[in-house]
Ligand binder design. Structure first.
Ligand code: ZN
Length: 348
């Protein structure tokens, strides 16, 4: 059961700011996707601003930034840009914003590596990146047309990120960043991305959660082409559990939808949802299945191509988790596609 309580702040229009805690401002940026916005947070550092996440590297986002920088934020400089993680809606505009304002970029080393993959598609490594990704999609059971379509989507995504600045500071677990006399502890999690950073202020009772905890959406947890053997779901479940140590009355400021209370209930619901899916996936593998066949069974509807990629990646995350627990086993069939089957020694 999802027992969250939405905080009673009015949702800011694009370019407006809403104060959600002392010195913590909520800003929204448009996204041209089903999910049509991302929440950014701006912290008042007395003699400047600290920005958490940036929006896409496109004209619509830059226009909102220009409006805010010359309007509501005018008079004080942006000193730091902190990224929760390297997904395109968070990192896209960061390079532009840092150059435009002379701010310093802060990101975890793991997310900086992921950011490098956006540039592989454009650079000397593009052939290697394309071959690796297509091989991965083939092993999932995608056909050549689907695979070509997804490569086209990756190419489109890589146009939505500005090059990062040279001057980058590494965020690390438990490091503390002081902003306007308030300490923000960095909490790093894996699973949704390589090394996602949340910011927690004990004094304010506020968690800037990025995509780590969202009020209604379950964040995608996917095996990525660069790390096909990874077990991100195990890391994800551990990271959700670790956040339950935060106080029950923490105000959660997520990257999508609205700020809310009820962190522990939300974490428990997310963990339970994943446990149920694991059981469903294990049972589905009573008959041998490719990853894409499993995605058809689990999602039960036609998915647009990008969602199909997310669904395939998430199914493989479940399967790699079950594989590590020897609840399923895996083979390559004659076409070079992975086939998973429930282990014979499992009962029930
Ligand atoms: Zn994300």
């Amino acid at each position: 059961m999802n027992s969250i309580v939405t905080a009673e702040y009015s949702v800011p229009d694009f370019g407006e700011l809403v104060e959600v805690a002392p010195g913590v401002l909520w800003l929204r940026m448009p996204l041209p996707f089903d999910l049509d916005h991302i929440n950014l947070y701006i912290l008042d550092d007395i003699d400047g601003w600290v920005v958490v996440d940036c929006g896409l590297g496109n004209a619509d986002t830059r226009a909102v930034w220009e409006k805010v920088l010359t309007g509501l934020l005018a008079g004080k400089p942006v000193k730091k840009v902190i990224l929760t993680h390297a997904h395109i809606d968070h990192i896209g505009a960061a390079g532009w914003l840092c150059r435009h304002t002379d701010a310093q970029l802060w990101i975890t080393a793991g997310e900086q590596r992921t950011a490098g993959e956006y540039f592989q598609l454009k650079g000397a490594d593009s052939e290697y990146f394309t071959a690796t990704t297509k091989g991965f999609l083939h092993r999932l059971g995608m056909d050549d047309k689907q695979s070509e379509g997804i490569m086209g989507i990756f190419t489109g995504i890589s146009t939505l990120i500005h090059p990062l600045p040279e001057n980058i500071q590494a965020l690390q677990e438990d490091c503390v960043i002081t902003v306007g006399n308030k300490d923000w502890q960095i909490i790093i999690s894996e699973g949704h991305s390589e090394a996602h950073a949340c910011l927690y202020s004990e004094e304010l009772g506020v968690l800037i959660s990025g995509d780590q905890v969202l009020p209604r959406i379950s964040s995608n947890v996917s095996v990525r082409p660069a790390r096909p053997e990874a077990n991100p779901l195990s890391a994800w479940l551990d990271s959700l559990s670790r956040l339950t140590r935060l106080p029950a009355d923490t105000l959660v400021l997520p990257a999508h939808e609205r700020p809310f209370y009820g962190l522990r209930g939300r974490l428990t619901a997310l963990i339970e949802e994943h446990r149920q899916t694991l059981i469903e996936v294990e049972q589905a593998c009573s008959a041998p299945l490719t990853v894409m066949q499993l995605a058809g069974l689990i999602y039960k509807r036609e998915l647009p191509l990008f969602n199909l990629l997310l669904a395939g990646g998430e199914c493989l995350a479940n399967l790699n988790y079950l594989l590590a627990e020897t609840r399923v086993h895996r083979q390559l069939n004659d076409e070079g596609v992975l086939v998973f089957s429930r282990s014979l020694n499992q009962s029930g």
